[in-house]
Write a protein that binds this ligand. Structure first.
Ligand SMILES: Nc1ncnc2c1ncn2[C@@H]1O[C@H](COP(=O)(O)OP(=O)(O)OP(=O)(O)O)[C@@H](O)[C@H]1O
Length: 217
């Protein structure tokens, strides 16, 4: 199973001030780890480092004990990112977005069809499979992005504010789906500023003033 570890990591952009300093955290298989903090605290930044999108200025990011590397390497290790702004192609359908991603990560066309249908059904979007993303509501787009993340069956699932546009029932469903990912052995990390979402996670790392502290460790 695949843990993600940050050891004494400093993160920032370009030559700017560091966003986060000296972060040490281990995200473990079978658990859902919440990353909390106010807007701008660095939640997306931390997930970007875990996803291979942002190299640390110092310290180490490892996956199952090996250096994580860049985003391509992370994808190869099964690190799935469900981004805050959904990352879907607006002019493809919900099903196409998911199938393309499954095939790009080595799934067969038959796998892609089955996993796409299952994932869309899981988030309550079976009826929207053939609608263009640009024709879906914000919350439906968010659920389509979650479906894509689920369909990829990651070793590590990084979910960035994936409940922000959802009503209570859908938020509950999505939190249950993330729990199910952990139950099948995935390492799940959820960035959120929703205290109720954080409360159902196993541990909570809180970001404030550039530092990470355990709210529940
Ligand atoms: N690409 C970038 N270039 C420069 N600075 C950035 C970049 N992305 C984020 N930042 C800065 O890093 C800091 C942390 O941003 P980040 O997006 O990680 O916060 P967040 O906790 O995810 O916020 P939110 O809850 O609003 O999504 C902010 O000060 C932001 O301006």
């Amino acid at each position: 199973m695949t843990s993600v570890d940050l050891a004494s990591v400093d993160l920032g952009y370009g030559t700017g001030e560091p966003v986060l300093r000296d972060v040490t955290v281990s995200a473990r298989p079978g658990e859902v780890l919440a990353i909390t903090g106010t807007s701008g605290a660095g939640k997306t930044t931390l997930l970007s480092a875990m996803a291979g999108l942002l190299a640390p200025r110092s310290g180490a990011v490892t996956v199952a004990g090996d250096p994580l590397g860049d985003r391509d390497a992370a994808v190869g290790r099964g690190v799935v990112l469900i981004p805050q702004e959904n990352g879907l192609a607006a002019i493809l359908t919900a099903a196409e977005n998911i199938s393309v991603a499954v095939i790009a990560t080595g799934g067969s066309p038959a796998d892609a069809r089955r996993r796409t249908a299952d994932a869309l059904a899981a988030v309550g979007l079976a009826g929207q499979a053939n609608q263009l993303i640009e024709e879906l509501s914000g919350g439906q787009q968010q659920r389509a992005a979650i479906a894509r993340g689920l369909a990829l069956r990651g070793e590590v699932v990084l979910a960035d504010e994936v409940t922000s546009e959802l009503d209570a029932a859908n938020r509950q469903k999505v939190l249950e789906l993330l729990r199910a990912e952990a139950d099948r052995g995935a390492t799940v990390v959820l960035a959120t500023h929703d205290p109720e979402a954080a409360a159902v996670c196993d541990r909570e790392l809180h970001l404030v003033d550039g530092a990470a502290t355990w709210a529940r460790g």
